[in-house]
Design a protein around this ligand. Structure first.
Ligand code: MD3
Ligand code: FE
Length: 224
């Protein structure tokens, strides 16, 4: 019988293999730290809510004016914005006309420890993008190219509802592989994967004890 989908979800996280807490290389330069943030998840969610009180989530628009389904905010020295003027990082939250909230110490430790596990000993992020996915929210295939130094990795933390992550190649036409990212998973994206096309499939409705009906994703970056 033919599979409905002609791509497959690789069972990267085979529970029988007892690989929890080990650094699993996903591809050249990308390292999955499965459930790495699990013990910190409650603290992280508390911190997220404190940040969002100061810098509320907002809907972004692509430079061509299309609304994005993901809601976003930031903390750190720089925050990411997208609107009809383009994609960019700013010192200020334009909605609040004040600087973005600081990156909490616990976030810095988590991001730095994860990066170190993947071989990046001196990762000091100056930006943390907070993405919130409601049911059906998705992120189309894209590259992250608005940062200055592509030798610096990006550290991502997934919380709440799981997502199917699309992991493509260095060119848009390459068919992406699909991986499930779950609550607590941390991935360090460096090396050749730093400029890979990637995206998120539409989130399937669900309930998570910590986040309710949404998925949060944090991405730690060194922008400048
Ligand atoms: C691979 N976020 O914010 S995290 C983004 O789940 C973004 O919100 C997704 O893509 C999310 O730009 C995916 C995993 C991720 C983040 C950055 C990457 C994977 C990446 C940069 C390069 C390659
Ligand atoms: Fe991205």
């Amino acid at each position: 019988m033919q599979n409905k989908s002609d791509t497959q979800t690789l069972d990267l996280f085979d529970d029988s293999s007892d690989e929890d807490q080990k650094a699993i290389p996903l591809a050249e330069g990308a390292v999955v730290l499965r459930r790495y943030a699990l013990d910190f998840a409650e603290n992280i969610m508390d911190e997220i809510h404190t940040i969002l009180d100061q810098a509320p989530l907002k809907k972004m628009y692509t430079p061509s004016g299309l609304p994005m389904s993901v809601l976003s905010s930031s903390c750190g020295q720089y925050g990411w914005l997208s609107d009809q003027q383009g994609y960019r990082y700013t010192h200020h939250d334009p909605q609040q006309s004040k600087p973005w909230p600081d990156i909490p110490k616990s976030f810095m430790q988590l991001a730095q420890n994860a990066a170190a596990q993947a071989g990046y000993q001196n990762f000091i992020p100056d930006s943390c993008l907070i993405n919130c996915y409601r049911t059906g929210a998705k992120l189309s295939l894209h590259q992250d190219k608005d940062e200055r130094d592509f030798s610096q990795p990006i550290v991502s933390v997934s919380l709440g509802l799981s997502a199917i992550f699309l992991f493509g190649g260095l060119e848009r036409h390459i068919r992406p592989l699909r991986y499930r990212l779950e609550h607590g998973d941390v991935v360090v994206w460096g090396g050749a994967t730093r400029l890979a096309f990637h995206g998120i499939e539409p989130i399937v409705a669900g309930q998570h004890p910590l986040t309710g009906d949404v998925r949060f994703n944090l991405t730690f970056r060194k922008v400048f």
